[in-house]
Design a protein. Structure first.
Length: 187
């Protein structure tokens, strides 16, 4: 591996990521990322990942001297353009269950966050993904109106069978005040 000194502190960008400090280093105008903070942030063993990096990503790996608070340190860095490829080599199903969610989070977000810091100097807050309600009953209903000679399709969800009936009634302008259960005997 080639050791490359980066002497200007402004060439290193500190990137906070889910409780870990990651970095992007500018070398000849190309972003590199120190890998040990990423590997340890995911909860993986550095030794095994270091071997994988040297074997499978040798063209994108460089040892770069990076200024830190405690002085310059040599760090194994991977070209940012290769990071997604390395992340894809990690199978969430083969890691300990206790770190699986963190591994998946890194795979989903890490390279994008680092790239966004590299290009803009910040990460804009993403809109939260709205989770669909967890309904017990999911309904897709087709209703054919013989007088208008047309079929209406509507979808919905509810927790109770009564909710299905109330939903259909509301759709057609009706309101059901009280509903009672009929016992049904199946022979």
């Amino acid at each position: 591996m080639l050791s490359i000194p980066v002497n200007e502190p402004s060439k290193t960008i500190n990137v906070p990521f889910h409780g870990s400090d990651l970095y992007v280093v500018n070398y000849n105008g190309e972003p590199y990322v120190p890998m040990k903070p990423i590997v340890e942030g995911m909860g993986l063993a550095w030794g095994a990942q270091f071997v994988k990096l040297k074997q499978r990503f040798s063209k994108g790996v460089s040892e770069i001297e990076i200024p830190t608070k405690t002085g310059n340190q040599d760090m194994v860095c991977l070209a940012l353009r290769k990071l997604a490829g390395w992340l894809a080599t990690i199978s969430p199903n083969k890691v300990k269950a206790s770190i699986r969610d963190k591994v998946i989070r890194y795979q989903d977000e890490c390279d994008d966050v680092l790239y966004e810091y590299w290009t803009t100097g910040e990460v804009k807050a993403k809109a939260p993904v709205k989770q669909p309600p967890n309904f017990r009953y999911i309904i897709k209903m087709e209703v054919y109106d013989k007088h208008l000679n047309k079929t209406e399709v509507f979808k919905g969800g509810t927790e109770t069978p009564e909710g299905i009936i109330n939903g259909v009634a509301r759709r057609y302008g009706y309101h059901i005040e009280d509903m009672f259960s009929l016992s049904i005997h199946v022979f």
